[in-house]
Ligand binder design. Structure first.
Ligand SMILES: Nc1ncnc2c1ncn2[C@@H]1O[C@H](COP(=O)(O)OP(=O)(O)OP(=O)(O)O)[C@@H](O)[C@H]1O
Length: 605
């Protein structure tokens, strides 16, 4: 269909006469499950929206009620971007083709044939619409390929290489997730795509699979696909994929997903680091030829500026964030291939970012799974009022004493506060650690691995860990500090409740945070969580208030319950240990450094 439209460029084909020729180019209809309904197509563990619950159960009805209410009440800016679940679904074929001037019978017949073509794999357009509706797949754009229902169906329809089929099975993936069902055919048709789907819903495979399919096999020609990931942790989780204790599908890092899906083909994948960038700085004929490049935006831009990168083929673009927009321009400027294909995947997409993405995409297809900027429905979200900063520390201690079910991830708003909270909790008899960008890469990798293996029960983290990192078993996320944006909230809590599992997210709020509470309340309501009536009646923050918070976190008094005497004692002990180590190593000893430091600390407190 697409191929004909592209080649036709305004010309009209007599599709009856050239039926056989068309069939040669036409992807084959999915033969499986033609009459099966969407519910059957979805495995229970992937039923993110709990569509499989019996209709008689009360909860979903309540959700719908709440949701209907929210549509009239949704935020009008980037938090919920005026695009509530009430937005109309634009199915393929809804957009009119060239005007029919004659209105002849022939044209009518042709129209019917086009309708048939467009509902490949489905009995008719109505069945297709029902299928999408049921899985909460919304699509916007023109000539939108149909979703596929099963991996076998995908294989037949798009002639997906058997090695990819085998690797999907070996990953333990029985059914595609809704984002995979709709996004994979779109990318395979060569279309630009903007896709939003809940955290933990399988977006990584939705773009990795079509890339591998398109690249066919390794070639020593240079980069043919570039994947940009917001953090190094998401891109690599390098120490994890070699961990034999992990089940085969336990890590969803981009590198790891490529590795698992490409077994049998020796694709060369470069994770851009300082070291690999240095080797790419050699003369072009000496450079290693990789097929796929994975990088964080800043590192890639740096390499481009240093002329260490030649990017001229095919780009798949996982995530684009507001702060990275300038870099994105530079990256696209370096990717000069005429048929460059761009993909953008995220759990959240502020409307400003979407508008910008629209400027560099070619008639993109937009896919939204569920409600835009809502959280995964498998997460039980709670808000806890703590009054003040001291109240938060009391609340977390109570939580620990009441018994935490590890692994638990705690988010705070700054490195300083991460360190402070760590120093508080380390005396509470739990295995706690802290991760932030001041820790070395080796330390970060080790911590992530320890957390996965259950050696670390509670991990205190900054925003560094909020996006994309796939910890399947996280039971609880605590937002110790109220998040600065709705997007941050959704990504942070999305570290739990992944791949259809259930999880819990608790957000502490103080008097100062109350101004911003309504934004989170809206996400909770959109995702079907219970919210107290008084919260629903709260005023939402103004655009300016939100902008200010996005730019700067709220000032908070430091996390600190220890007396200065206790702190001095601990610091003194630390010095004794450090000095004894240094003495053993024959180095200079510290004379009261900690004492001075503790004085500063106590005067601050
Ligand atoms: N079809 C599938 N069946 C079962 N599990 C799947 C399937 N596809 C992906 N997964 C698993 O689901 C988990 C989450 O996938 P992934 O990390 O791609 O989510 P995501 O949507 O990118 O999340 P985030 O927005 O947080 O980055 C991973 O562990 C992955 O292996």
């Amino acid at each position: 269909m697409d191929l004909f439209r592209m080649l036709g460029g305004g010309a009209r084909f007599d599709k009856k006469r050239f039926k056989e020729d068309i069939e040669v180019f036409q992807p084959k209809a999915v033969s499986t499950g033609l009459n099966a309904d969407a519910e059957a197509a979805l495995a229970t563990e992937l039923d993110f929206f709990k569509n499989k619950k019996p209709a008689s159960k009360k909860a979903p009805a309540k959700k719908n009620e709440k949701k209907a209410k929210s549509d009239s009440d949704s935020e009008d800016d980037e938090d919920n971007s005026g695009e509530s679940s009430g937005e109309d679904q634009t199915h393929e074929g809804d957009e009119s083709e060239e005007d029919d001037e004659s209105g002849s019978d022939d044209d009518e017949e042709e129209e019917n044939e086009e309708e048939e073509e467009e509902s490949i794999g489905f009995a008719d357009k109505e069945q297709l619409a029902l299928f999408r509706n049921h899985l909460k797949i919304k699509v916007y754009g023109t000539d939108i390929p149909n979703p596929f229902r099963s991996f076998e169906g995908l294989g037949k329809q798009y002639q997906v290489e058997p090695y990819l089929q085998r690797n999907i099975l070996a990953s333990g993936f029985k059914k595609p997730t809704p984002i995979q069902m709709q996004a994979i055919p779109v990318i395979l048709h060569g279309r630009d795509i903007m896709a939003m789907a809940p955290t933990g819903s399988g977006k990584t495979m939705a773009f990795v699979l079509p890339i591998l399919h398109d690249l066919k096999g390794p070639e020593k020609v240079g980069y043919r696909a570039v994947i940009i990931s917001p953090t190094r942790e998401l891109a690599t989780q390098a120490s994890i994929y070699i961990n034999a204790k992990e089940s085969p599908n336990s890590s969803g890092s981009i590198f790891n997903q490529i590795k698992k899906l490409s077994v049998g083909r020796k694709f060369k994948v470069c994770m851009l680091t300082k070291a690999t960038a240095a080797t790419q700085g050699q003369a072009p004929h000496l450079r290693q030829k990789y097929d796929i490049l994975i990088s964080t935006p800043l590192r890639l831009v740096h390499a481009i500026q240093q002329e260490k990168m030649e990017l001229d083929q095919y780009v798949s673009h996982k995530l684009l964030e507001q702060g990275f927009l300038e870099q994105t321009d530079e990256i696209f400027a370096a990717c000069s291939h005429p048929s460059l294909q761009k993909s953008l995947f995220s759990a959240t997409l502020p409307s400003g970012v979407e508008a910008l993405a629209n400027t560099f995409m070619r008639s993109p297809i937009r896919i939204v799974i569920g409600s835009k900027n809502a959280a995964t429905e498998t997460i039980n979200q709670k808000l806890i009022y703590c009054g003040s900063e001291e109240g938060k520390l009391i609340a977390i201690r109570q939580q620990i004493q009441g018994g935490l079910k590890p692994p638990v991830l705690i988010f705070v708003q700054s490195i300083e506060r991460a360190k402070e909270l760590f120093h508080e909790l380390i005396y509470d008899g739990i295995n706690v650690d802290v991760i932030h960008s001041e820790r070395t890469k080796a330390q970060r990798d080790k911590i992530v691995e320890g957390f996965r293996q259950g050696k670390i029960w509670v991990l205190i983290a900054t925003e560094l860990m909020a996006r994309g990192v796939d910890f399947k078993g996280v039971n609880l996320v605590i937002n110790y500090d109220f998040p600065q944006t709705v997007q941050s909230y959704i990504h942070r809590i999305g570290r739990t409740g992944r791949a259809g599992r259930s999880g819990e997210a608790i957000t502490y709020f103080t008097n100062e945070d109350q101004t911003y509470l309504k934004s989170i309340v809206n996400v909770m309501r959109e995702s079907g969580c219970e919210v107290a009536d008084w919260m629903l009646e709260m005023k939402k923050p103004s655009k300016n208030q939100k902008k200010n918070l996005r730019q700067r976190p709220l000032g908070r008094s430091s996390i600190n319950t220890m007396s200065s005497y206790d702190k001095k004692k601990i610091a003194h002990k630390r010095d004794i240990i450090a000095n004894s180590k240094k003495r053993k190593a024959g180095g200079p000893v510290n004379n009261g450094e900690s004492k001075k430091k503790s004085k500063v600390e106590s005067s601050k407190a």
